[in-house]
Design a protein around this ligand. Structure first.
Ligand code: NIG
Ligand code: FE
Length: 415
């Protein structure tokens, strides 16, 4: 038996007696915590936890590894429910164009942006993509991530989309992280399809989705439903086709305008709708009681200098909010979830408790792993993190430049 005991934990954060799916509205400002606690892990799962005063040394498994967490916090590892971390190269040249004043849409319109990555993807080798992505995964583990969703979408041809998804499949096998894959063939319209966009959508529906489903390469399907990209009608067609293969949507919506993306996502029971800078009363009421997780991507809004999604209005209306990194070379070149937490506090005025829910339970739900991850709950996977000696949870979003994580434990093993 593989066992691990963590003793003298200053605060054990995000505990649950039984697993709930997500946290919404006012409840986001409350966080279950046990001060002066212990936690026992067995065979990769959380076995017990409680007050140190109830800890019984004699009942701990033989030969187990012991960690003393005096002065430190223990939390569930972050779940990052939205990334594009398989990509060929950084796009730092465009970054300079951006500084000079070109907008995201202007860069995209002249063949930059996503199409720039798609061009490089055609010739990128599967092995190189895999190695580069593994390095990024190892990096985010150090920052405390325990689960990550990864999208295709820099292929935009059948071959290259399959190549990306095969790389994600290999990552799932090779990395200790819990990984979910999303097919995003409808990420941008290739140049040769400009003016005949519906023909590209036909190809996504008739060729890509069946091929992806045949090889079982995607857990979810995504569409960039926004002005200059895919319309509500395109999205409707793609999600209907994907539903026939059992692919649940998680879509890019309302980043650049009131695109109708949120509503079409809810219509198809999307697990999440992501970005949400342009969210008003109608969008909020569509999301109420929908089961679709509103997911904000602060890194992209910060990097592109955009308006910020109305996180407070959403929570005031009783909605849950999730925060993910959007790690990608064009609009959010970082997968550091601690930085995302700081942005959640500073830019969206979310409380430390709200931010913690937003990067653990709510993102676990948004990537369909809420039954196995996202909280400290008996029977859940032991993907947990131990902080350095820090004053309390407030310090997590406060000290935005430093890595507050000392140890990340994945499947009960120190990574
Ligand atoms: O989520 N908004 C659409 N797609 C990505 C950007 C990808 C890129 O620019 O490479 C995003 O921000
Ligand atoms: Fe994205």
């Amino acid at each position: 038996m593989n066992a691990l005991v963590i003793k003298n934990i200053k605060s054990l954060i995000q505990t649950e007696e039984s697993s709930s799916s997500f946290v919404a509205g006012k409840d986001m400002s409350k966080l279950n915590t046990i001060d002066n606690a212990y936690l026992i892990v067995e065979d990769g799962l959380i076995k017990h936890f409680g007050l140190m005063s109830d800890f019984n040394e004699a009942s701990t498994p033989n030969n187990c590894q012991t960690i003393d967490a005096s002065g430190k916090l223990v939390l569930p590892a972050w779940c990052d429910s939205h990334t594009h971390l398989v990509y060929p190269k950084s796009r730092d040249v465009e970054y300079v164009d951006k500084i000079k004043g070109l907008s995201y849409e202007e860069i995209a319109a002249r063949g930059g942006g996503i199409l720039n990555s798609a061009k490089l993807m055609q010739t990128a080798s599967e092995d190189q993509l895999f190695e580069d992505a593994m390095q990024r995964l190892n990096e985010i583990i150090k920052w405390g991530t325990g689960a990550v969703e990864i999208k295709s979408g820099y292929g935009l041809t059948l071959e290259s989309e399959l190549k990306m998804l095969r790389v994600i499949k290999r990552l799932k096998e090779a990395s200790p992280l819990t990984i979910k894959s999303t097919f995003l063939g409808a990420h941008s319209i290739p140049m040769e399809y400009r003016g005949k966009q519906s023909e590209y959508v036909d190809m996504v529906i008739n060729e890509m989705i069946p091929a992806v489903a045949k090889e079982k390469l995607a857990d979810y399907v995504d569409v960039f439903c926004d002005v200059g990209f895919f319309t509500v009608e395109d999205t409707d067609r793609i999600l209907e086709a994907a539903a026939k293969y059992g692919m649940t949507p998680k879509i890019h919506a309302n980043e650049l305008d009131y695109s109708g993306g949120i509503q079409v996502g809810v219509k198809y029971k999307a697990l999440s709708v992501d970005h949400l800078e342009f969210t008003g009363k109608e969008e909020i009421s569509a999301l109420k009681n929908s089961g679709t997780m509103p997911t904000i991507l602060p890194g992209a809004a910060f990097f592109l200098n955009m308006v910020y999604a109305p996180a407070r209005e959403m929570m005031d209306a009783g909605l849950p909010v999730a925060l993910a990194s959007d790690f990608n070379p064009g609009s959010s070149p970082s997968g550091n979830m601690q930085l995302i937490m700081a942005m959640g506090s500073v830019l969206y005025r979310m409380l430390p408790e709200e931010v913690i829910h937003a990067v653990t339970k709510n993102t676990a739900y948004a990537m369909g792993v809420d039954k196995e991850l996202g909280s400290i709950c008996v029977g859940k996977k032991a993907n947990i993190l131990i902080t350095k000696e820090i004053p309390g949870i407030e310090y997590l979003p406060y000290a935005y430049g430093e890595n507050k994580i000392e140890t990340t434990i994945l499947n009960g093993v120190i990574s």
